[in-house]
Design a protein around this ligand. Sequence first.
Ligand SMILES: C[S@@+](CC[C@H](N)C(=O)[O-])C[C@H]1O[C@@H](n2cnc3c(N)ncnc32)[C@H](O)[C@@H]1O
Length: 276
Amino acid sequence: MEKTQDNIQTDPLIETTYSLSSSLDAVICGDNLKVMRQFPNDSIDLVVTSPPYNNWRNRRTQKRKEDYWKRTNIHYGVCEDKMSDQDYAEWQVRILNECVRVLKPTGTIVYNHKDAIFNGVATSPLEWILKSDCIYRQRVTWDRGGMQAFNPVRFYRTEEDIYILGKEAKGFKWNKDAAKYLSIWKINPSSKEDHPASFPYAVPARCIEAFTVEGDIVLDPFAGSGTTLKAAKEMNRRFVGIEINHEYVGICQRKVCQANLELFSLESADGLKPRG
Ligand SMILES: C[S@@+](CC[C@H](N)C(=O)[O-])C[C@H]1O[C@@H](n2cnc3c(N)ncnc32)[C@H](O)[C@@H]1O
């Protein structure tokens, strides 16, 4: 496997192999299951991730048939995000199982998702989370703030869920100071400038603060625009990102470089030496 000088690893061949050590502080362009299967057991301290939501059947805002895709579905380029409910749930179980396999017993998985409502019936991500090998430790509510109700057929939802999962129910790394955030996090959504569904920096930053110490390894198998990677880098953790869309890998890489530059100027301003 080759790393380009931009630190992007490409996956041109199915046979490409990745080792965790060569993937550290890098973004791998490829399918997360194929890549993670090559990482060893018990090697990652924290997974922070948000998968595509498969919400293509949500007709909430559909006015005309031809507007269906435009209005309701997020496109991730190569990832169509359009599966049957059963296929999607099975895929998510496979991914969670792979995340928990590579997780250290002291580690944590932070999985951002939300209920889907179709034909008036809500389904919860817990339905597949509980079928995975993960231990369900807690749920945090991410309050995204106010929103205009365009078609108010129910209480308009302004929240998403942050599921805190693990390999073990006890003995995981935990910074008690982070308890101050409580279990409802009011954080405004990100601007969506460079990615249609990036989460705000504060979401991964709080999780990294709560569940890791400096030097720990943070993995985001749905890296998107690299928000988790940027937070990890700025907080002096090692990181591994996996993203299937090459365009987004480029954004990740730019974000991680930006983090470097910002860090440099911050540290310079404090009279400290920049990191080598
Ligand atoms: C909800 S977005 C993640 C956004 C990210 N949290 C951020 O802040 O930018 C999900 C991402 O998963 C990527 N993706 C979808 N299927 C994938 C796969 N099999 N392997 C790796 N990445 C995948 C999509 O291209 C998309 O960028």
